[in-house]
Design a protein. Structure first.
Lengths: 116, 132
């Protein structure tokens, strides 16, 4: 069955960055904030309020979940978040959409793609 | 002290959001206050507070409903005020009639004075009618 992603797209910048931060591994809130800063070379700073507002939405929409297994040595206040299969497919669809936008923009602006 | 203020800001958030994320947000404050700066975290929490109450809790619907309810009331009161103008005008006319009845002995005794008084009242009435 084909999934309908249309009602979730386009993703907000915060949601896009959060999902991207969770692609490689499960992370806690502060870890997501740091990863977003690293990925955007500190151009996009995510505060805890924005982070948890978006995480709440992503959890409700089934794009992100909380893994049940936790490391015992961890601070009990830390909660980890994981990208679901649905979230991963949605992110891939959004990246394809953004690639189309970038291609279109480049052809209009006559900018050559960077190599490497 | 800073932590207490931040905790107060979190405490003002809707209960459902607070239950789910308060402890974690406090933990992030402990970890990130030095690196990010407490001011940035305070402003983020303040924006979050407004967003949670206005957008996520459905309070905006009450605000819109309130405004939508007040506008017809303002229009209705405005119309009522406009309708009262002709009534005031009629009252003025009535005052002239009463004055004539009350001052009928004076009119009989001193018709010139009565005429000047009446002219003054008529002048006031015309002025009222033109200025509205």
């Amino acid at each position: 069955m084909k999934e309908d992603f249309d009602k979730f797209l386009p993703l907000s910048p915060a949601a896009l960055h959060i999902l991207l931060a969770l692609v490689s591994e499960d992370r806690h809130g502060y870890g997501i904030m740091q990863e977003v800063g690293r990925q955007s070379v500190n151009r996009y700073k995510l505060g805890p309020g924005t982070l948890y507002d978006n995480l709440e939405k992503l959890l409700n929409q089934g794009m992100v979940e909380e893994p049940t297994r936790r490391c015992l040595a961890d601070d009990p206040r830390r909660r980890y978040y994981r990208l679901t299969g649905f979230g991963r497919r949605l992110l891939a669809t959004e990246i394809t959409r953004l690639e189309g936008v970038v291609r279109k923009a480049r052809s209009h602006l006559r900018v050559r793609p960077e190599k490497g | 002290m800073m932590r207490r203020v931040y905790r107060c800001l979190l405490w003002l958030h809707p209960a459902a959001f607070r239950r789910q994320f308060e402890e974690e947000m406090l933990w992030i404050f402990d970890e990130a206050a030095d690196a990010c700066g407490a001011a940035a975290l305070f402003s983020d929490a303040s924006v979050s507070l407004v967003r949670q109450w206005l957008l996520r809790s459905g309070l905006w619907m009450w605000v819109v409903a309130g405004i939508a309810g007040i506008i017809p009331l303002i229009i209705a009161f405005g119309r009522l005020a406009i309708r009262r103008l002709p009534k005031a005008f009629a009252r003025r006319e009535g005052q002239i009639s009463f004055w004539i009845v009350d001052h009928s002995p004076t009119i009989a005794g001193n018709p010139e004075l009565a005429e000047s008084e009446l002219l003054n009242m008529e002048f006031a009435r015309c002025k009222y009618a033109t200025t509205g």
